[in-house]
Write a protein that binds this ligand. Sequence first.
Ligand code: FES
Ligand code: FES
Length: 180
Amino acid sequence: MLVGSNRTPARLTLNQTRRMNSKFTFTVNGQSRTVSSDPQRPLLDVLREDLQLTGTKYGCGEGQCRACTVLINGKASASCVTPISEADKQTIITIEGLAEGDKLHPVQEAFLAEGAFQCGYCTPGMILGVVGLLNELPHPSDDDILPRMQRHLCRCCHYPKLLKAIRRAAGQTAKPATPK
Ligand code: FES
Ligand code: FES
């Protein structure tokens, strides 16, 4: 006997089957890609499992840690809560697409210069979060930086160096970290 409400339908309807096989085309790191997927599937899963772009990390899966941040049309977005249908015809940058050949992006350079990581698990999302911030505000103040970057969780609690790296990337003089 089946108990509770978690029963799987014995058969999918034709419409459900069609939806599961919808096609989506978007640009990732300068390349056009097409995937066949359930429209509700998270962009994070498509990047990691279908396109093998594993630099984008899974943390909470609920939009709370920002480890999975990518740029969608230049805007920092949590890919774990972005259905693949919303990525259709959009332009996506993951951490793999940030450097130009051997030349790192200035935000990557700033993270290296300040040693702004320990285990590095949060780092791809942090870096893309900073790039997204600088796309919107090229010269952010601490009042701009702190509320935005507080969305990003770092399990190693490396926040003082992260703040220094963000200030460096933003072209500010490094100041003692005094998070509010
Ligand atoms: S894994 Fe996406 S916000 Fe945590
Ligand atoms: S450096 Fe380890 S989670 Fe941030």
